[in-house]
Design a protein around this ligand. Structure first.
Ligand code: DSN
Length: 367
């Protein structure tokens, strides 16, 4: 029965035009790794330091995947530690907070309402309950205003500053964030979950060497499995490993780690560079076309893989627009827009992105 439902979902995925910017389609090889017998193995610990025996091959898989992280992000193991065990981006972010500051300490991050993430200290997330968060947002023009963020940082004096977003269509200036962090003696974390594939593909500036810690999920523009990577300066990497396991998790999902490795092998190929560049070009083109049709595109366009559209001038809410689009075979997500007067369940906007449509047909064929 479940098998039939899976087949039904594959049909749906093949049929629709998927414009959800955080989704993508993994290759057959990534899928094969995910569905492999590696799922049968327990491997608590780190490569060559496990609590269970029989992990010789697993050690090789995890070590190779970490090596590929260094290659993909053009960093070295002398400067940075890598953890590939977090089950998700949410766990990765919480692990970073727990390892880098004390419970109750001050953290400055982008508000969810202006494009941040729940785990950037929203009050409904445990991150927002364990730590004292202050938030910055975008200006009325939809762009980050670094002078304003610097002012908030000076007043708030955070121990950690988080940059990175889930619904921000513009480039993030990691160097400016570094300067702000230095001006108040804070550490800097970059959550690049949305743009990791663009960074690896050279279509968005890298957070290195500016951020002390970088987190990313691997299922979005990076076109890998659902999981997360944490990269951190050497001095903090051991605490981060411990925060992930045994702090927050038990056994790592080796099949996922192997699938990450396969995705990274694909992402360091020259063809991925082309993909990343085209994702951005397509988003820019989509934005221009929509603007030409009279749509209100937040911030006036995009520099990355996504755009936010205010649908209220059409006499629609985000929910109504999303459901009408689904009927037409186009899948999006409803999204708050900056300074939204509506609520998250039925906000004023929709979020559109181009990573999946560029991958879709080729990778789903024959599955
Ligand atoms: N749910 C993800 C997104 O769609 O951006 C963030 O975790």
């Amino acid at each position: 029965m479940i098998k039939k439902l899976i087949q039904k979902e594959i049909k749906r995925q093949n049929k629709v035009i998927n414009l959800i910017p955080s989704e993508n389609y993994v290759s057959k090889n990534v899928l094969a790794a995910l569905g492999s017998p590696l799922t049968n193995k327990y491997a608590e610990g780190q490569p060559n330091k496990r609590y269970y025996f029989g992990n010789g091959v697993v050690d090789e898989i995890e070590s190779k995947t970490k090596e590929l992280v260094y290659r993909a992000f053009k960093i070295t193991s002398e400067d940075y530690g890598v953890n590939v065990q977090s089950y998700s981006g949410s766990i990765a972010n919480l692990a970073v907070y727990l390892a880098s500051v004390n419970i109750g300490d001050k953290i400055l991050a982008m508000s969810l309402e202006h494009g941040g993430h729940l785990t950037h200290g929203h009050h409904v997330s445990w991150t927002g309950k364990f730590f004292k968060f202050e938030h910055y947002g975008v200006g009325i023009d939809g762009h980050l205003n670094y002078e304003d963020i610097a002012k908030v940082a000076k007043e708030f004096k955070p121990a950690l500053i988080v940059c990175g977003a889930t619904a921000y269509p513009r480039q993030i200036d990691f160097k400016k964030f570094r300067n702000i962090a230095d001006s108040v003696g804070a550490m800097l974390m970059a959550d690049i979950s949305h743009i990791a594939g663009l960074v690896v593909g050279g279509a968005h500036p890298s957070p290195f060497p500016y951020a002390d810690i970088v987190t990313t999920t691997t299922q979005k523009t990076l076109r890998g499995p659902r999981g997360a990577i944490i990269i951190s300066k050497k001095e903090i990497s051991e605490s981060i490993d411990k925060a992930v396991f045994p702090g927050l998790q038990g056994g790592p999902q080796i099949h996922t780690i192997a699938a990450m490795g396969v995705a990274l092998e694909e992402a360091i190929k020259p063809s991925f560079k082309k993909y990343a560049k085209q994702v951005v070009n397509n988003a820019k083109k989509l934005s221009e076309e929509l603007k030409g049709l009279g749509f209100k595109v937040i911030s006036g366009g995009t520099d990355n893989h996504l755009l936010l559209v205010d649908v209220t001038p059409l006499g629609l809410t985000g929910s109504e627009a999303g459901s009408k689009l689904e009927k037409a075979g186009i899948i999006v997500n409803k999204n708050m827009i900056p300074f939204d007067t509506r609520k998250p369940w039925d906000p004023s906007g929709i979020r559109l992105g181009t990573p999946a449509v560029l991958t879709e047909k080729k990778l789903q064929e024959g599955f």
